[in-house]
Design a protein around this ligand. Structure first.
Ligand code: IMP
Ligand code: MG
Length: 184
């Protein structure tokens, strides 16, 4: 299979669409079984999770709702450091079983922040479903309940993940192969 070029870098296939599909089906199976009768509210974190969320939801067969959120990062005061504010929550979270849908958990800083804010909003049960998980980069303690694919600490693009805005539309997942242009 041929490489793709994004911003002057060449990426090679790492995980095929068919492997992704199998892994997503496995996560869906676990959720269908674990959250039966819980009427979960899925909250997909945009932009990266859009493709995973769509494919996952087609395989969820229990009563559920889905909504989409964003995490806006901004600099707080020197004592609060960098803040990540949840935007787009219109639902009443109190007492709900919530499943956060993420494209990738890397250091875990994003997911920890989303998790804590949902706790503050009164969710009764929160779990995380991520397409990709990098355990070697993870520094937090939020439990990652559902992982489709565990990956090493490489930079990946495709299937929702971007490299500086490009590559989200690719149906497979790619890893950096080599750099073509030195001055990009
Ligand atoms: P964290 O807060 O360090 O866990 O990083 C989470 C966010 O960083 C993800 O939602 C992605 O937007 C981005 N990210 C982390 N690793 C990658 C990668 O390998 N490719 C593309 N984006 C990534
Ligand atoms: Mg993301």
């Amino acid at each position: 299979m041929s490489n793709v070029i994004l911003h002057g870098h060449s990426f090679k296939i790492k995980i095929t669409a068919s492997e992704i599909n199998k892994a997503v089906a496995d996560v869906a199976r676990q959720i269908n079984s674990n959250l039966k009768d819980k009427k979960p509210l899925f909250l997909a974190v945009l932009n990266g999770s859009f493709m995973f969320a769509s494919d996952l939801m087609k395989k969820i067969k229990i009563d559920c709702e889905i909504s989409f959120i964003k995490v806006a990062s901004y600099e707080g005061t020197s004592s609060t450091g960098s803040m990540k504010e949840l935007i787009g929550i219109n639902e009443d979270i109190k007492g709900r079983t919530v499943v956060i849908i993420e494209d990738i958990v890397d250091t875990g800083s994003t997911i920890e922040s989303v998790y804590k804010q949902l706790q503050e909003l009164g969710a009764s049960e929160i779990s995380v479903a991520t397409l990709l998980f990098k355990p070697d980069a993870y520094t937090k303690s939020v439990p990652i309940e559902y992982t489709a694919i565990v990956v090493p600490n490489d930079f990946l693009v495709g299937y929702g993940l971007d490299y500086d805005g490009l590559g989200r539309n690719l149906e497979d997942i790619y890893v950096l192969d080599y750099k073509i242009e030195e001055n990009k």
